[in-house]
Design a protein around this ligand. Structure first.
Ligand code: TRP
Length: 444
């Protein structure tokens, strides 16, 4: 059997993992849900959720990957072997891996379509946005009602993703992340300085960091919990897979903290880019999902240097989406490579094309499941049910089936910190996730 690929450097792993985490969720979803839920108090809950829900699952996933050196299915199989109690139950662990691989297939199929929208808007930005508000908002409506156009961009995106995954861990994922992530951060900083110097910054800062608890309802807390978890790409084995390419010397805790901080900072920075522009134009922050594809382009048309800003902005979104899409395909491919003994080439091509074909359904809004488009349907079942369930199973397997001593030896935390960590993983994180899942299912 050929040897398992490994990351070339620590920073390569961190950038690839951060690349997966930093996606449309940070730059598109975070600002708009913060807007909808009224700002500061929501951000505070989100930050707490990152620490008590996101971070523990991230540590669990990287631990599982690093110690088993396997894809999610193989990794969970391995974990269940060491279990001292619930032996029968532990045998079911690989199901969590299958759930992850299946989530990867479904998510990438529609994520690629949405990532395609960012390419379309990048392309439009080069021509520049002009005309009335209605004219500019019509761009998105036109795109959304023209399947052939969406399929075109979806095709471009999947070809790029497949080409990168074909090249493997070091030459593909790591290299792409090392180029795209620094560029992403540079663009973000440049955009932020623009935003800050062009007015509205103070109001934006207050909006994001001054907590007004009267705006915080249960719905907002569930959103914050769910998002903390989604934004770090948890619950489907991305971090297990990326962790399985780690060479020995790396601190799981330190890497997890760095990745989470990067992801959080980038989301906050994205807010500091978007809200000043929105506020200085006298608009409301709560316009929802269309904030990026409708509201912002109308603003880009008005502000000085708007065309440069809009090219940079959509490039940023595209880079963010691309590095996330790569990680989605990798999880599925490596399952077939490890468990079915396929070559990377066969795996990438067969899986890539299948997901591409499935994705076409999401590019045709007329096809519906119940009342929803395929895109909304897949987005719903994955982000509302499959990922939280996957995350819950991951943390339970980690906290209850893996011998504590093994975890203790690997993490090398001071005693009191370690036992607090175990307690968080055994009780706090699962309870929070169960609450989210039950709420989404409609039980609560
Ligand atoms: N974290 C990504 C974002 O913020 C979205 C995401 C969730 C994801 N789960 C994932 C990306 C799994 C890749 C793999 O947009």
């Amino acid at each position: 059997m050929s040897q398992r690929e490994v990351w070339n450097s620590k920073i390569g792993f961190i950038l690839a993992a951060a690349g997966s985490a930093v996606g449309l969720g940070n730059i598109w979803k975070f600002p708009y849900i913060t807007g909808v839920h009224g700002g500061g108090a929501f951000v505070l809950v989100y930050l707490i959720a990152i620490v008590f829900v996101g971070l523990p699952i991230m540590i669990a996933e990287i631990y599982i990957g690093k110690t088993t050196l396997k894809n999610p299915v193989g990794a969970f199989k391995e974990c269940s072997k060491g279990s001292n109690y619930f032996k029968k139950l532990a045998k079911l662990s690989p199901a969590a891996g299958f759930l992850g691989v299946l989530s990867g297939v479904l998510i990438l199929s529609f994520y690629s379509v949405v990532a395609g929208w960012t390419l379309h808007f990048l392309f439009l930005s080069f021509k520049g946005f002009s005309g009335t508000k209605e004219n500019i908002e019509a761009h998105f409506n036109h795109l959304y009602s023209t399947p052939s156009l969406m399929i075109l961009w979806h095709t471009v995106l999947m070809v790029i993703v497949i080409a990168i995954i074909l090249r493997g861990v070091q030459k593909g994922i790591e290299k792409a992340s090392k180029i795209l992530m620094p560029l992403l951060i540079l663009i973000l900083l440049a955009l932020m300085s623009y935003s800050v110097f062009n007015g509205g910054a103070e109001k934006a800062f207050k909006f994001m960091f001054y907590p007004d608890f009267s705006k915080l309802d249960e719905e907002a807390i569930i959103q914050a919990l769910g998002h903390a978890f989604f934004t770090l790409s948890l619950g489907m084995g991305v971090m297990i897979t990326y962790g399985s390419y780690l060479k020995d010397k790396i601190s799981i805790i330190k890497s997890s903290v760095i990745i989470s901080i990067m992801d959080t900072l980038i989301a906050l920075l994205a807010g500091m880019v978007i809200f000043p522009i929105v506020f200085s134009s006298g608009l409301e922050a709560s316009s929802g999902p269309s904030l990026i594809f409708k509201t912002l382009p109308t603003l880009f048309a008005k502000i000085t240097g708007g065309s440069v800003i809009s090219v940079m902005f959509f490039l940023l979104l595209f880079f963010a989406a691309l590095t996330s899409a790569i990680s989605l395909l990798e999880v599925v491919v490596v399952y077939f490579v490890d468990e079915r003994k396929w070559s990377r080439k066969k795996g990438t091509i067969v899986v890539g094309i299948s997901i591409y074909l499935l994705g076409i359904l999401s590019a045709i809004p007329k096809i519906t499941v119940g009342k929803e488009s395929v895109l909304d349907f897949l987005d719903d079942i994955t982000t509302k049910y499959m990922l939280p369930l996957g995350g819950l199973l991951t943390i339970l397997i980690f906290a209850y089936f893996i011998p504590i001593k093994a975890i203790k030896d690997e993490l090398k935390l001071p005693k009191y910190l370690f036992y607090s960590f175990v307690w968080i993983c055994r009780v706090i994180t699962p309870v929070a996730l169960i609450w989210v899942v039950l709420n989404k299912v409609g039980v609560l």
